[in-house]
Design a protein around this ligand. Structure first.
Ligand code: SAM
Length: 423
């Protein structure tokens, strides 16, 4: 057994120094003391990553501390100025908010991670939103957009390189964490969110292939993969109905749906009486189920068995075009989605056509949802599309997740996208 009194004094002093350094930075951040904070994070600190230190008890980073300092007091239930109150929250002092903004901007410039988690599972943006500091929330969202755009570009850059490709395809190289829960390990910040299920790893090729090789559990109200991830759930029906109606406003149009799942959106598309209805589906179990339900004998329906990556070039080559396109796949990354709209939709959509997608990116945390809405908007713009968003309230889903590995939907409103070619 070791003797606890026999410690190396050097180590003890170093630990104390490190702790004091951390507390000094966090204090300067919470006091919005810009000169001191700048000095500490730039020059004075011996810490390797001074902008991202953490309080061991709360998990607060300097960003958390700067934002938390703006939290308005709750007027005491008991008495304020002698009168009883209802416990309402006071507005944030404008001066405090202003100094908070300057501090947050400085920290972001100095490399503070926008989505690091504290011990309460909150990112700095979550904290800002909870206390009503919306100006600070927007600063963090913008930082998230910049980080994600950069990472997405770097991801594309890596793909151009020949070297190491085999390793990447074998699943060895791609370790970038997903947008939401990677936040705690954000020295290598997040990237490549999954389009729907944030529980699935972000390596699109390997993950999609593994998903397509796995057995599915298909019931009346859900499809689960072999890891109990929700592939599709009946609570999404209202979203599917509204998407189908927005895409096909009148009968006689030509539509393409990518990803049949439970056939919910395809059912609603059928109700709009399309002249032709193409469906691409890659999973053998889903294809078998759709045939069992007679989809292959519905008038005007054409089923393409396989991945859209393999099917669409043939359709483009054959000169097929559509008035409406819908995209809702599973276990694909944002990079796949971007490839879909920037490389494929362009060749398939009629000039006056409309297209949409299941907008589940980052939906297990409001700030991630907001960041990815902006990222998608910018990439859609770059690819030549305008997008309109319609907010649809999502009912409370508390009972829905029983038996599902992870709740992939947490935010209050679904933002339904409707995209068109720019004028
Ligand atoms: C979320 S479900 C679609 C749900 C559908 N919107 C509905 O209303 O029921 C996703 C579907 O996409 C399919 N899928 C996944 N990757 C695909 C790919 N690369 N190409 C085509 N289909 C794919 C899955 O097998 C699954 O059936």
């Amino acid at each position: 057994m070791s003797d606890p009194t026999n410690q190396d004094p050097q180590i003890t002093y170093t630990e104390i120094d490190v702790d004091l350094d951390v507390q000094e930075i966090l204090l300067a951040a919470s006091q919005h003391d810009i000169p001191k904070l700048r000095q500490l994070v730039r020059t004075q600190s011996t810490l390797p990553d001074a902008s991202n230190v953490k309080d061991p008890e709360t998990g607060y980073t300097p960003l958390h501390s700067a934002i938390a300092a703006c939290e308005p007091e709750t007027e005491s239930q008991a008495q304020v100025n002698g009168a009883a109150t209802n416990g309402a929250t006071k507005p944030i002092d404008p001066e405090l908010l202003k100094s908070g903004e300057t501090t947050v901007k400085l920290l972001l410039q100095e490399g503070a991670i926008w989505n690091d988690l504290d011990n309460n599972d909150e990112t700095p943006g979550c904290l800002a939103r909870r206390i009503g500091a919306l100006e600070l929330y927007e600063l963090i969202v913008d930082a998230g957009v910049r980080a994600e755009m950069l990472l997405n570009r770097l991801d594309g850059y890596e793909e151009l390189s020949d070297e190491g490709d085999e390793e990447k395809e074998a699943g060895g190289a791609e370790t970038a964490p997903e947008l939401v829960d990677a936040s705690a390990q954000q020295q290598e910040p997040a990237s490549a969110v999954d389009m729907e299920n944030a529980a699935a790893p972000a390596n699109s090729d390997v993950t999609n292939t593994r998903f397509l090789d796995s057995n599915l559990n298909i019931t009346n109200d859900r499809i689960l993969d072999s890891d109990q991830n929700g592939v599709m759930m009946a609570w999404e029906s209202d979203i599917m109905r509204k998407s189908a109606k927005a895409l096909l406003p009148r009968p006689g149009l030509k539509v393409l749906n990518v990803g049949h799942g439970m056939g919910i959106v395809d059912g609603f598309l059928q109700e709009q009486a399309p002249a032709a209805h193409h469906i691409i589906e890659a999973h053998a179990d889903v294809v078998a189920e759709m045939k069992r339900r007679g989809w292959d004998s519905k008038p005007g329906v054409v089923i393409h068995e396989g991945r859209w990556q393999d099917i669409l070039p043939g359709l483009v080559g054959a000169g097929e075009t559509f008035d409406a396109i819908y995209y809702d796949t599973f276990a694909e990354s944002y990079a796949d989605f971007r490839e879909f709209f920037s490389e494929q939709v362009i060749g398939l959509l009629e000039q006056e056509g409309k297209w949409g997608f299941f907008n589940g990116m980052g939906a297990d945390r409001q700030i991630s949802y907001d960041v990815y809405q902006k990222v998608a908007e910018m990439d859609l713009f770059e690819a030549g599309f305008d997008v309109e968003w319609e907010d649809i309230p999502v009912p409370k889903l508390d009972g829905e997740w029983e038996g599902v590995r992870r709740a992939y939907w947490v935010v209050d409103n679904y933002r339904l996208p409707l995209c068109r070619f720019m004028d």
